[in-house]
Design a protein around this ligand. Structure first.
Ligand SMILES: Cc1cc2nc3c(=O)[nH]c(=O)nc-3n(C[C@H](O)[C@H](O)[C@H](O)COP(=O)(O)O)c2cc1C
Length: 374
């Protein structure tokens, strides 16, 4: 125990220094440039760091933290820790190689669409620092399913990854049947790639809105998905803005058609800016309320969904809260942008600390413990 505490102190010092350097030097520089440009530069740097054994090793020595107490086997997938990169940061699957070294337990790439898409026009990403949030209006820019298949086919990675699928953001896909064909094309194309799929029906920035949050449209989509032979779990990513009745129906249909997990949640559209979806701290409470609700429904109805909690995770306490509300896994983006890449291991290390203090042996034991009786 004494040795563990000394080791923890050393590790803690390392992350404190990294956090200081990020917040005092790198972040002020980055935050003085346009967010999308900074994001693209980070993707380039991350991609090249992930391309060489040496740079991977150095990154791992600087950032990575693992502990068996964080390991879980979920739906046949081994997760070294519960903290994943949420969809939208690695839209074109360039960062899977480096994210394990940074300390992530898994990555969700995409969202990918059937056709290449440039996304929406104009300034599409804004920081809202007074709310610790981002305003996102990218509109699903990505290189498309064919190019992603070419890039990823046959490759092996240190950590599991999911592929998020949406429909191509264009006028013709505002007709449900066209959008469904788009989803099905990508699912067929990418069915042998990655460890799980997430069907994204909750992008707030696409042409035609969120048509598959209409229950009958969703049923049509999921019926077609069910016709494809896919031998990996499919998750569904939902919007935090839906009313509870719609959520109930969507959960019911999802169970009926074999969806295995629910990602709570995507960005919220309910804010005072003219367009886009809001992430980060502004979203956190809403996302947690929905996670809590979905966990309760999951238990009541014996759906057996795996739950992924997303929205506003900036610390170990935030992640632990989501796990205790019922999340088996947690994802983030905005917290990493505001607090730095050392955040991932800081979260994992402090979760281990909390598990030890509370005398648990593994992360699995705390899933949902704060959400049993309500
Ligand atoms: C820049 C950016 C792009 C995003 N793009 C996607 C996307 O393509 N697909 C998706 O399902 N969610 C997307 N999201 C939503 C995130 O995956 C996540 O649900 C949301 O940001 C809340 O998590 P956070 O508060 O940790 O950022 C995006 C978020 C951001 C910040």
């Amino acid at each position: 125990m004494k040795r563990f505490l000394i080791d923890m102190e050393k590790v803690s010092l390392k992350y404190n220094v990294e956090s200081f350097l990020y917040k005092q030097i790198l972040k002020p520089v980055c935050f003085s440039f346009e967010p999308e440009k900074v994001h693209n530069s980070f993707v380039k740097i991350g991609k090249s760091l992930g391309s060489y054994k040496l740079s991977k090793k150095v990154t791992s020595a600087l950032f990575n933290y693992q502990n068996p107490m964080l390991e879980q086997d979920i739906l046949g997938i081994h997760f070294k820790n519960p903290i994943g990169l949420s969809a939208g940061f690695d839209k074109n699957a360039e960062l899977i190689d480096i994210m394990g070294d940074i300390g992530f337990g898994f990555v969700e790439v995409g969202s990918i669409t059937a056709k290449e898409c440039k996304g929406n026009n104009g300034v599409r990403l804004k920081r809202v620092p007074e709310r610790n949030s981002l305003l996102v209006n990218l509109g699903l820019n990505n290189i498309g399913a064919d190019a992603i298949k070419k890039k990823l086919m046959g490759k092996r990675y240190d950590i599991p990854f999911g592929v998020s699928i949406a429909y191509t953001n264009c006028k013709e896909n505002s007709i449900d049947n066209n959008a469904i064909k788009d989803y099905i094309y990508s699912l067929r194309k990418l069915k042998d790639i990655g460890n799980y799929f997430t069907i994204n029906i909750s992008c707030p920035n696409t042409y035609g809105g969120q048509p598959f949050t209409r229950v009958e449209a969703y049923r049509k989509l999921i019926t077609e998905v069910g016709k494809i032979k896919i031998n990996k779990p499919i998750f569904l990513k939902i919007s935090p803005d839906l009313n509870r009745k719609t959520i109930d129906e969507i959960l019911n249909i999802s169970y009926e058609y074999g969806i295995k997990g629910i990602v709570c949640t995507n960005l919220t559209k309910k804010h005072d800016f003219s367009k886009g979806g809001m992430s980060g701290k502004y979203l956190e409470e809403k996302a947690n309320e929905l996670l809590k609700y979905v966990y309760k429904k999951n238990k009541e109805n014996n759906y057996g969904f795996v739950l992924v909690g997303v929205g506003g995770v900036f610390s170990a306490n935030d992640a632990y809260k989501k796990i205790k509300l019922g999340a088996n896994l947690v994802q983030l983006i905005t917290g990493m942008i505001y607090n730095g890449p050392q955040l991932i291991s800081e979260i994992n290390r402090n979760i281990v600390k909390m598990l030890k203090e509370e005398r648990y042996k593994n992360i699995t034991e705390v899933v949902g413990i704060d959400n049993k009786q309500s």
